[in-house]
Design a protein around this ligand. Structure first.
Ligand code: F6R
Length: 363
């Protein structure tokens, strides 16, 4: 039941500290990720793997895009990510020793399942499903699986399923690094352990995010900007806003702005930007200046210490500092809350948006 919450989506957003802790439970040891969490043969398989193909749809695809940044940076393994409906109809060339990873909340998405079946005679090393529903078709038909443990997700717009997928993908990143004897910053491990608490702190910003949402209720369009692993988070923010509030939203890597979308920017175009404290911050700040110079209205979710200040055309909401590796997880939460509050203001059916189904079991 929804309990004290007005919608399932809100309840599921608020469950994230708890389900993220569940996704980590028993999977971290003193030395790092317990590779056996992925199955008894996982250590040998991850050591053998020379590249990874990730296949998924929708929000799950966005989680895959984040994982590409993580796996290449921290585990040094080449990664390709593709939406299942394209992958399954393409003449995919599979190099030797490639691991296939499918991502799905339901484990029943028709295209993702068909992609897995299509992959079965392509010579993959093995297949791993990262999935939320035990016993689902995807789990049954894959060689290995890691459950995301988000619990039932009722709201059509995926929230806690996404953040627990990201946790699972960070575990995969650390397990792969370990299998390949690559050292990773131990601070990532301690940040993972602190993640549920940091998420709780971010949920404490709900009132402020609700206040921000008023600026969007009358808008027709919105632009989301991020760089690096926050580009997929911008994509996910835009998807949430369009799904439940029916506002047309697009996401761009901030560096692409001047290659076209800047032409759309005027005072009627709110621009939402994600500004954690990482080595792309300087570049992002100059992209934001380009938006200001065209009269755009900026809404920035930023790390405490980044020096982006409120101005007449710039609203800033500060998030607690987090290790840059895990920032994509934390910055997802304010975007979920923002689209939720915009949808409530617009009076749309938050849990059951028009034209959408929770589980897309037909092509
Ligand atoms: C968006 C959303 C969809 C799903 C997509 C894949 O909020 O929920 O985009 O992510 O239909 O579903 P699963 O993860 O069940 O394969």
């Amino acid at each position: 039941s929804k309990g004290e919450y007005r919608h399932y989506m809100l309840k599921e957003i608020y469950e994230q500290p708890t389900v993220i802790a569940a996704a980590l439970e028993g999977r971290l040891g003193e030395e790092g990720v317990l590779v056996e969490s992925f199955g008894p043969e996982a250590a040998a398989l991850l050591q053998q793997a020379r590249q990874i193909h990730i296949v998924a749809c929708g929000t799950s695809y966005h989680a895959g895009l984040v994982a590409r940044y993580w796996l290449e940076r921290y585990a040094g393994i080449p990664v390709q990510v593709e939406v299942a409906s394209e992958y399954r109809y393409r003449d995919v060339v599979v190099p030797e020793e490639t691991l296939l990873v499918t991502l799905s909340q339901s484990g029943e998405t028709a295209d993702t399942l068909a992609a897995l079946r299509f992959a079965q005679n392509k010579g993959y090393l093995s297949s791993l499903a990262i999935c939320n529903v035990p016993g689902s078709s995807l789990v049954r038909e894959s060689d290995l699986c890691l459950m995301t443990r988000a619990g039932p997700e009722i709201g059509v717009a995926s929230t806690k399923a996404f953040t627990t997928q990201l946790v699972a993908l960070m575990l995969l990143t650390l397990a792969t690094a370990r299998a390949k004897s690559r050292s990773v910053d131990p601070a990532i491990l301690s940040a993972l352990r602190k993640l549920p608490d940091l998420c709780r702190q971010v949920l404490g910003l709900d009132r402020e995010i609700e206040a921000l949402s008023q600026a969007f209720a009358e808008k027709q369009h919105a632009l989301f900007l991020g760089r690096g692993a926050h580009f997929p988070i911008a994509l996910e923010g835009a998807l949430k806003l369009k799904e439940i509030s029916y506002i047309h939203a697009e996401a761009y890597p901030a560096g692409e702005l001047k290659h076209g979308p800047l032409a759309l920017v005027d005072s009627e175009m709110p621009v939402i930007s994600i500004a954690p404290n990482d080595d792309l911050l300087g570049k992002l700040k100059s992209n934001l200046q380009e938006v200001r110079a065209r009269g755009g209205q900026l809404f920035v979710f930023a790390d405490e210490g980044v020096g982006i200040d409120e101005q007449e055309d710039t609203r800033v909401l500060h998030l607690p500092h987090i290790h840059e590796a895990l920032a994509p997880l934390l910055y997802t939460l304010p975007l979920q809350l923002l689209s939720y509050h915009v949808a409530v203001l617009k009076g749309t059916d938050v849990d059951q948006p028009r034209n959408l189904a929770k589980s897309v079991t037909v092509e």
